[in-house]
Write a protein of this length. Structure first.
Length: 146
């Protein structure tokens, strides 16, 4: 029996969404560095509490040394690589579903994010990025005097 791996039909829509919601600064930097391509996209959950945002990314099989996180100009970038070792067998073709290669995700941070206090850890194949909130100056009306 031959098994054929089907491409994820949602990859096109994921890419479209990233392009539509990517800030202009990220689009410019992406154009500058076209070599920044991803083979796969990790699933991500983002939770918000009163004090922080928590980003959870599924990265099973990726060691912390293979993950790079960068916060620059209001954009959080997570990138890295997962390698999967395959057993060489000349008799049968291996069946592979797990995706490997480079991954790349970008997120626009809200004004309330304290980028100087971002921390990250990896637990059981899940990357946990904690983004504390800071006080944001509220808008106030200024009265014009005569």
């Amino acid at each position: 029996m031959n098994l054929i791996r089907q491409n994820n039909p949602w990859n096109f829509f994921d890419q479209l969404q990233r392009e539509l919601y990517m800030p202009a600064t990220a689009k410019r930097s992406k154009r500058k560095n076209e070599t920044e391509q991803a083979n796969w996209t990790p699933s991500v959950d983002i939770n918000e509490s009163e004090k922080a945002f928590t980003l959870l990314a599924d990265l099973p099989g990726v060691t912390p040394e293979k993950i790079d996180i960068l916060s620059e100009k209001g954009v959080l970038t997570i990138k890295g690589e997962r390698t999967i070792e395959t057993v060489e067998n000349t008799e049968k073709q291996p069946y592979l579903e797990r995706q490997s290669g480079t991954f790349y995700r970008r997120f626009t941070l809200p004004e309330s994010a304290d980028t100087d206090a971002i921390s990250a850890k990896s637990e059981h194949g899940v990357l946990i990025v904690n983004i504390p909130k800071q006080e944001v100056a509220s808008a106030r009306k200024i009265e014009v005097m005569h």
